[in-house]
Design a protein around this ligand. Structure first.
Ligand SMILES: [Zn+2]
Length: 266
């Protein structure tokens, strides 16, 4: 990982002296949750991973292309499932709350002259599309892109077992970025129960799963084959894609081709 301290891209660490007088086109907003992650990962795992991947990518973008994308501090309020929200200190944020938070962040950035934001989502329960449509209606000159950090690169080429929550992928990434926060000795096996009805297992329809009914340790996915090496390889693949995304959206060009330029505002 590049040293973000020298790059002025990580707003968690930057001071005003690093940023004053700079030219900025792109902000990145890591968005996670505050929730149990099996028995061995911190509540803030989704925030930490989205933030670490974003900072890693922004630092590389600055080093390699001298393009600055500033990574905002992560939003810790995620949408939770039944069962999970009954666990101590798990925080559930409603649509209206998340919409208000995102709206205030966009209004602040827009006031400062920025017009592009990437929401880098690290929590599977979050869904931003409708609120981004609302904000596009309200602010047609402000582009918001949403990316799920866990969905950019398929897991199957990097991990032995599929991770849904606190399994091999997240644990390996945490071992890579924040090894001091991983206590693998305490990890449960992350075994999960399927629904009793096939229509939900084959995804004919979706319901929010009751975490108490599907997992004993809150994990869904086995973390026991995790390693920092697997995490490093996967992080590199994700960051490659994020560097390209950040560069694409930081560029002054529009995101559309020549056709119908009269409606192309971005
Ligand atoms: Zn997670």
């Amino acid at each position: 990982m590049e040293n973000p301290d020298e790059c002025g891209v990580d707003l968690t660490r930057c001071c005003y002296a690093d940023l004053r007088g700079g030219t900025y086109r792109l902000a990145v907003l890591p968005w996670g949750a505050t929730e149990p992650h099996n028995l061995h990962l911190p509540y803030l795992t989704d925030c930490l991973l989205a933030q670490s991947l974003a900072v890693d990518a922004a630092a590389r973008l600055w080093r390699e292309r001298r393009v600055r994308a500033v990574v905002l501090p992560p939003v810790t309020l995620g949408a939770q499932n039944p069962g999970q929200w009954d666990k101590p200190f798990c925080l559930h944020a409603r649509y209206e709350t998340q919409r208000a938070v995102l709206g205030d962040i966009v209004a602040s950035l827009r006031r400062q002259g920025l017009s592009r934001l990437i929401v880098l989502n690290g929590h599977g329960g979050n869904s931003f599309r409708n609120m981004v449509r609302d904000l596009a209606f309200e602010y047609p000159d402000f582009l918001i892109a949403v990316s799920d950090s866990f969905g950019i690169v398929p897991q199957r080429d990097f991990f032995e077992e599929r991770d849904d929550h606190a399994g091999e992928m997240e644990t390996s990434l945490m071992m890579h970025y924040h090894p001091e926060l991983v206590d693998i000795e305490r990890a449960g096996d992350g075994r999960s129960e399927p629904f009793a009805v096939e229509s939900l297992n084959d995804r004919t329809a979706w319901v929010p799963r009751d975490w108490n009914r599907v997992s004993e340790d809150t994990g869904i996915g086995n973390p026991l084959k995790s390693s920092p090496e697997k995490g490093a390889r996967y992080a590199e693949a994700v960051v490659d894609r994020l560097v390209r995304l950040f560069a694409d959206l930081a560029a002054p060009d529009g995101i559309y081709g020549e056709r119908r330029p009269e409606t192309d505002r971005f």
